[in-house]
Design a protein around this ligand. Structure first.
Ligand code: ADP
Ligand code: MG
Length: 613
């Protein structure tokens, strides 16, 4: 479909089309709730209630892992250690000091938040394998700590943990605990679901789109990783608290690294990116483990944890044939339901004061970037004024994208400086630069293919929410952010309509054609409320009519006072649109001037080997 055929279909039609899916989902959830409520009152054998309790406890941990591993892309083997913190805190305080279990919970949560925060702070900024390794180290050391501390009862643990009391009711039986445990499971899912469908949640989800993109939208990626890590740890801790009061005793075994691996198994089997997959995975693994523990020793004629071998084989098979776990298969049975729609009425977001026409916006002064011996940008200088469209052209490898990265703080300059509205911005992090009003797109698109077009674009408005200054995590979890969400989604929808993608709000971003994905990135950059827009090859992959629409849009933006710096290979496009051209070759600026003059410049003609006629 053409982006120029911008029929403004009303936003609500797409939501309406998903009604069927939403109904089926609601019915399935209702049925599940009825089963949960009924199980303890029906003459269900005690064995099944116990199994249900464990599935619930494991689900809570696995929900945290969906957030941490599935959504944020960070692997942790150490969740069992946080479960242990929750269990031991309450067990110790209630048995030694006779404190209320709820104080035990508060203590456990405090210890968990502090330790997860510290571990997060140290490891999250490191790349790749450090986190999994750190969580293994953490899991092992806590296990041995539990087992060796005299006051925690060493490997025998602590006994006589009291019964939980809730609103004057003793939760003595497994049946009574069943309700509490499953209420916590549902609340955990709701909390994480709320978080994910919010401004900070989209920031967490954007981690998978690459740190460079997320930071360019103003996301403090290091902090968001810490948030995800702490939240996952808190859920594990709560599960441990419930475990201690269900078992009425604790010992180190269930908090060892084996269990840490099993939790990860559960999240992976269920579907590591899906919240309900956590429950599915916990259910499958728990029931399977129980069955295997009964059958395997009989088959093999000796005792041992043989089920681990079966799990290992299962995991390998799963990773081969169903990377996303089993939940997507269930999900496919139900028509897709769109996520939250755009409200019809929303107060527009406030906008920054824009530079006066002709004001010097961008001032690149002898900027240099060396990669080892390669000088990718060689003391390049140029300026962009408010309301100007400046083209940055040159053959492949000339250093155009690197120049963009210097301006937007993706790379530090080797020497020289970049000023934006008089302020030196070179060597500031990307998220500080976008905060000042520089929005950008990428030569190789960076978007979240499974998120909707609307949500992808809303990431651009990350710094513009009502709660942006405080982080907004608590507000998101408690859904106190409805006004903010409404405004942000309305802004995203407005920018999408502006660029001609108004018909695609609820489509998965990955389903768009490449050219449209580039246009999506422009809408996302516009959501940053920029005064200067940096577009890296925006017309690549567009058809003729789409290019015309893009040129028209950029002309309109210019008319509104926007400054644009543009890298583009399509010479017709560049010549007609830009006020000035800066030409680079081998990192060096070889020409600058009005397009008509640059076109005749012998140095430019040489560089392009006759590409320009
Ligand atoms: P353009 O966008 O003009 O095609 P680039 O700015 O992408 O060119 O690249 C300029 C030069 O810098 C190329 O030789 C490229 O290989 C090199 N380069 C770019 N980024 C890096 C990097 N991160 N590390 C090393 N070399 C790089
Ligand atoms: Mg490039």
């Amino acid at each position: 479909m053409d982006i120029v055929t911008n029929k403004r279909r009303p936003l609500q039609t797409e939501v309406g089309a998903g009604w069927n899916g939403a109904t089926v989902r609601r019915a399935a959830l209702g049925l599940f709730l009825v089963v949960l409520v009924a199980l303890p009152v029906l003459p269900t054998p005690e064995f099944w209630i116990t199994l249900g309790n464990y599935i619930g406890l494991y689900s809570i941990v696995a929900v945290g892992l969906v957030l941490l591993t599935g959504v944020s892309g960070m692997t942790s083997f150490g969740q069992a250690a946080f479960v242990g913190l929750g269990a031991y805190s309450t067990a110790y305080l209630t048995t030694h000091y006779g404190l209320s279990p709820w104080l035990g919970l508060a203590a456990g949560l405090t210890i968990t938040v502090v330790s997860a925060y510290l571990i997060g702070l140290v490891t999250m900024r490191m790349s790749g394998h450090y986190l999994p390794l750190a969580t293994i180290a953490w899991g092992l050391s806590l296990y041995y700590l539990f087992g060796n501390l005299e006051f925690l009862g060493k490997y025998d643990g602590l006994n006589g943990v009291p019964v939980l009391q809730l609103a004057g009711v003793d939760l003595q039986s497994g049946r009574a605990m069943f309700y509490l445990i499953w209420a916590v499971v549902l609340l955990s899912i709701l909390a994480v679901h709320n978080l994910l469908n919010s401004r900070p949640g989209r920031a967490i989800r954007s981690l998978k789109g690459g740190v460079v993109m997320a930071e360019a939208m103003g996301v403090n990626t290091g902090w968001m990783k810490v948030v995800a890590f702490v939240m996952a740890a808190v859920l594990a801790c709560i599960s441990g608290f419930l475990y201690a009061h269900l078992q009425r005793a604790v010992n180190p075994t269930p908090f060892g690294i084996n269990y840490g691996i099993e939790y990860l198994f559960m999240a992976v089997i269920g579907g590591v990116g899906h919240l309900w997959g956590a429950v599915l995975g916990a259910g499958i693994l728990t029931i399977l483990k129980d069955a295997l523990q009964g059958i395997l020793p009989k088959l093999l004629g000796s005792n041992g944890n043989f089920e681990i071998i079966v799990f290992g084989v299962l995991l390998v098979v799963l990773l081969q044939y169903a990377r996303d776990g089993l939940w997507p298969y269930l999900k496919r049975l139900v028509p897709a339901a769109p996520s939250r729609g755009v409200p019809e009425q929303a107060t527009p977001l406030s906008v920054r004061s824009k530079p006066e026409a002709g004001e010097l916006v961008l001032d690149v002064r002898a900027a240099r970037k060396q990669f080892g011996g390669l000088v990718a940008v060689n003391d390049v200088s140029f300026q962009v004024r408010a309301g100007e469209i400046v083209g940055l052209i040159g053959p492949n490898g000339a250093g155009k994208s690197t120049t963009f990265n210097l301006v937007t703080g993706v790379l530090p300059v080797t020497s020289g400086e970049v000023r934006y509205r008089g302020e030196v911005i070179s060597n500031k992090p990307s998220r500080e630069i976008v905060k000042r009003g520089i929005g950008r797109t990428f030569q190789h698109v960076h978007l979240l293919p499974t998120m909707t077009v609307l949500e992808n674009v809303a990431i651009g408005a990350h710094l513009r929410g009502d709660f942006a200054a405080q982080g907004g995590i608590a507000a998101a979890v408690l859904r106190l952010n409805r006004t903010e969400e409404g405004k942000l989604l309305a802004e995203a929808a407005r920018q999408l309509q502006r660029v001609g993608l108004g018909d695609y709000l609820y489509h998965e971003a990955g389903s768009l054609a490449l050219g449209q994905q580039r246009i999506l990135e422009i809408a996302r950059a516009l959501c940053c409320d920029p005064a200067l827009l940096l577009l890296d090859e925006p017309a690549a992959g567009l058809r003729y009519k789409e290019k015309q629409a893009l040129a028209e849009l950029l002309g309109k933006l210019k008319g509104e006072g926007m400054s644009v710096l543009l890298v583009e290979h399509d010479m017709d496009f560049v010549m007609n649109l830009t006020d000035r051209l800066v030409v680079m070759e081998f990192g060096t600026r070889i020409a600058e001037g009005a397009p008509v003059d640059v076109q005749k410049d012998p140095a430019v003609l040489r560089a392009y080997l006759g590409d320009i006629d």
